[in-house]
Design a protein around this ligand. Structure first.
Ligand code: NAG
Ligand code: NAG
Ligand code: NAG
Length: 113
């Protein structure tokens, strides 16, 4: 295998591993978070910002790799907890902008109870 390709595969594997167990929505995208029938969402954390380098939602605009909105977890909990499904929009209009100029994402960790 060409060394370059090997490197690309290693990075992809690391990125997939670092995101394991979380639900990711890149900035300006929306998605539904849901549980199986009969269960409801319990959000452990919902971090809007960028905390995993350029692994997730890669972009050229990544000036700040350690940035989190201070209130995003409570906002996501308010939108989703106790529901079977909820719609999330990864936008600065909802979570504020913890690092202008950096392309961000919403990373949600939850359980179904
Ligand atoms: C939701 O999870 C937290 C722990 O993260 C737990 O303390 C709480 O009891 C859970 N809520 C429900 C309704 O199960
Ligand atoms: C990220 O920022 C927080 C404060 O906002 C700081 O406590 C932490 O050490 C920083 N982590 C890295 C890896 O720079
Ligand atoms: C969350 O915090 C940001 C500033 O960090 C603010 O712009 C936004 O209005 C806050 N949202 C809520 C719902 O409190």
């Amino acid at each position: 295998m060409a060394p370059y390709l090997k490197c690309v595969l290693l990075v992809a594997a690391f990125c997939a591993y670092s995101a394991l167990g979380s639900f990711i929505i890149c900035e300006w995208q929306s998605a539904f978070l849901s549980c199986p029938a009969g269960k409801t969402l319990n959000v452990t954390s919902g971090v809007f910002g960028r905390t995993r380098g350029n692994c997730i939602c890669p972009s050229h605009n990544v000036e700040n790799k350690n940035c989190t909105s201070s209130n995003s977890t409570s906002i996501v909990q308010g939108l989703c907890n106790g529901k079977n499904t909820c719609s999330l929009y990864a936008s600065i209009y909802i979570y504020g902008d913890p690092c202008p100029g950096t392309f961000k994402y919403l990373e949600v960790v939850h359980t179904c109870v």
